[in-house]
Design a protein around this ligand. Structure first.
Ligand code: GCO
Length: 458
């Protein structure tokens, strides 16, 4: 993180979390802002996607979402009351550059500037995600991430944001979860832009990675003292049995989901065992691309939620199949598996040695309800978070350089193709009134944050 904003010390504090450890929540622009066409904002691929029939489970859209665009100041007060020391949010590219490139929309920039200044005024460190899936539709119309030029436009966008906000932002997260963009945006079509073409996995991945590398160059030039990383989603992938074929299938899935992105980022090469499985057109990787992609990072952001148990399908070890999860599940149908977080951190440290690790997302959706006296008793969420904090503390004790934890999410919000049906917030959003009601887990988290983890077991 930027030295001017936060002073990290390496010594672990008595609580088991290093002093200066960042405690906060994470959000994404499209999921909370609303104001889809206000303030000069251009259309994004999510604005387009949600209005196509049948894309969103409950037929909802993010047109209004949590109305954060208008309520940001109250939301920042809420974060301060919840003892946040940091907040991770994303910038909607089309709010800043309505056409994706060229003309800067100053009203959009002003919105993010007041957010950053508002955070700093409350003693909260701003961590900015540049791409949380909302490509400007104007760029999609020119081929989107299929078009190599989009990588350069992304770097220009990064530069414009850095020029305006870079002196006050502590960390840049270039992309959020390229794996999800690739497989859900372009293979199963459940997320924007809703395409179904497996042949695009190679090109889209490469252009996303390239855009990251080019953005790093632009960000380093503008803000040499701000840390740069990427947030990737990691599942704890484990073989379902001790059969060799299942172990190999698990390794394949880890390659497809994880190493396909982390290897180029940290070693400058796509993983050899996976290259035969993902088509890369002959002119896709140009000279210098891999060096650009592998520019040194300051941290790796880890989004962790669950485990995937894997067996080999009919096609053998290169045909990984996920076994349906059992045991207590979240409303997303995900298994609760805190041990997997520690294993993930350990493995990433062992294989790639990123300077720092941040948990950039971890949290859970449960069927929260408001009681008659207007409270939300979400003991199961508190338990989930406690177990994942403890797993993190254990990893820190074992030498993993973890420097912060961002709970997903501050507010119940628009959960992509699930609409408003999944409540991930530590704060309940009453959508008809837009009232924010801190759940019990928020009160608990505030105490943990205020004591730097000292009360995590309470
Ligand atoms: C993701 C995103 C978030 C989600 C969260 C819960 O991981 O999909 O970064 O936007 O809302 O993960 O699914």
């Amino acid at each position: 993180m930027n030295d001017t904003n936060v002073h990290l010390q390496d010594s672990a504090s008595e609580t088991g979390f290093p002093s200066g450890f960042l405690w906060g929540t994470a959000t994404a622009a499209y999921q909370i802002e609303g104001a889809a066409r206000e303030g000069g904002k251009g259309e994004s691929i999510w604005d387009r996607f949600v209005h196509a029939p049948g894309t969103i489970a409950d037929g909802s859209t993010g047109d209004i979402a949590c109305d954060h665009y208008h309520r940001w100041s109250d939301d920042l007060d809420l974060m301060a009351r919840l003892s946040h020391s940091a907040y991770r949010f994303s910038i909607a590219w089309s709010r800043v550059l309505p056409d994706g490139k060229g003309h800067i929309n100053e009203t959009g920039m002003d919105f993010y500037e007041q957010l950053v200044d508002g955070l700093l005024a409350r003693g909260i460190v701003p961590c900015v995600t540049l791409y949380h899936w909302d490509l400007p539709q104007a760029l999609q119309d020119r081929g989107g991430w299929e078009n190599r030029d989009t990588a350069s436009y992304f770097a220009d966008f990064a530069q414009a944001v850095a020029r305006r906000l870079g002196d006050r932002v502590s960390a840049w997260i270039t992309h959020n979860e390229p794996h999800i963009i690739v497989y859900h945006g372009y293979v199963d079509g459940t997320k924007a832009p809703g395409l179904r073409n497996p042949a695009l996995v190679g090109p889209i991945s490469h252009h996303l990675l390239l855009s990251h590398g080019l953005a790093c160059q632009a960000l380093r030039a503008e803000t040499p003292h701000t840390d740069i990383g990427m947030a990737l989603n990691f599942a704890a992938i484990e073989p379902a049995t001790d059969r060799e074929a299942d172990a190999e299938a698990a390794r394949t899935l880890d390659g497809l989901w994880h190493r396909w992105f982390t290897d180029p980022l940290f070693t400058g090469a796509y993983p050899e065992d996976i290259v035969p499985l993902i088509a890369q057109p002959p002119d896709l990787i140009r000279s210098g691309d891999l060096e650009t992609i592998a520019a040194p990072l300051d941290f790796l952001g880890v989004n962790y939620y669950t485990r995937a148990l894997v067996r080999a399908g009919k096609g053998g070890p290169t045909d990984p199949r996920i076994v349906p999860p059992s045991g207590p599940l979240t409303t997303m149908g995900w298994e609760i598996y805190p041990e997997g977080l520690r294993a993930t951190l350990t493995r990433l440290h062992r294989d790639y040695q990123p300077k720092y690790l941040y948990i950039t997302e971890n949290g859970v959706a449960f069927p929260d309800t408001l009681t008659g006296d207007g409270e939300v008793h979400d003991a199961a969420r508190t338990r989930y978070l406690r177990e994942h904090f403890l797993a993190t503390r254990q990893a820190i004790a074992e030498g993993m350089p973890v420097r912060g934890f961002f709970v997903w999410s501050l507010l119940d919000n628009f959960e992509w193709s699930y609409g408003f049906g999944q409540r991930f917030g530590i704060v309940y959003t009453d959508y008809p009134t837009q009232r924010r009601i801190p759940k019990d887990s928020a009160t608990w988290l505030a105490r943990v944050a205020a004591t730097n983890g000292g009360t995590v077991e309470e």
